[in-house]
Ligand binder design. Sequence first.
Ligand code: MG
Length: 381
Amino acid sequence: MKIERIETFLVPPRWLFCRIETSDGVVGWGEPVVEGRAEVVQTAIEVLSEYLIGQDPLQIERHWQVLSKGGFYRGGPVLSSAVAGLDHALWDLAGKVYGAPVASLLGGRVRDRVRVYAWVGGDEPAAVADQVFEQVEAGMTAVKMNGSGRISPSPSVAEINDIVARLGAARGALGDTRDVAIDLHGRVGVAGARRILRAVEDLQPLFVEEPVLPEHMAHLAEVVSTSTVPVALGERLYHRADFLAPLNAGVAVVQPDVSHAGGISELRRIAVLADTHGAMVAPHCPLGPISLAASLQVAFATPNFLIQEQSRGIHYNVASDLTSYVTDPAPFTWVNGHAEWNPLPGLGVTVDEAAVRAAAKTGHAWRNPVWTHEDGSFAEW
Ligand SMILES: [Mg+2]
């Protein structure tokens, strides 16, 4: 069996899928994307396909080594995301050939269900509480919210109080048996992050995500030691070596993205590295169905897994959602806030190929918003 054809599909709302077909007619799907830079990753896939065509698809690790390192230059979001999508497709293919879910090929499942969280929005505390109640009624046991919208790198008392009020509203609606996490998106500086962590400490969030940007890693240990709040990060890191510094700084939770950090193969290695530091894994995934399916396979097979992000109903997905490109939404139907074990082979989802081909005719040109502060200078989104 040889790899015969590799195609990519740019589909709304902001995703890129890849499809690998073998000489035996077996097909594997992957999701190689950097949100807002999808066309760049698409071109990287074209270049990497030169190597893969004609290869045995079952030698996944051999191909991962060549795809990641064979160009001399390596790493970074674009190349690591291209490798990630191809890696998903190869694992999907292998699962279909062997007749087993990817989690079974990774050593078998270590849990029977996978906890997921839902995103909630709301600018005012009352609106936050309303959205949290909706999720509690839907059976969710955890939610995540943005700490703030646009915020000064050196936040004011009012800005910090606003974060505390909204988080407090969420905590009030959730009670003590459910969890809330907040995402700061690296929007504030090191000192601001330390103030915020102290301010939210009594509300006991599950974690505070990206309190500072990855480029401020040198000061991460100070940020972590500011409070008892678990610090999480990793959506903008792309290789196991990138995770060494934050793990040494004491982060409690790492959040590699299966579509950015080298795919299923590398996510497994990052999880093991985190385990050696006593840290948990909560894979980042505000993306599409193939990325989430790949994340769930890792979650089922990874002992130090904490919780899975997922994008069902997320604000990015306006015209299309997680279930728009699969023939059966069951793998993404949460039962009491959890994904159930899914015995289907490969990644466990059946891609609706006709829907994908039709949507790719429209494609997309999604770009993230560019924010400015009141004085017109650039603001982190
Ligand atoms: Mg985030």
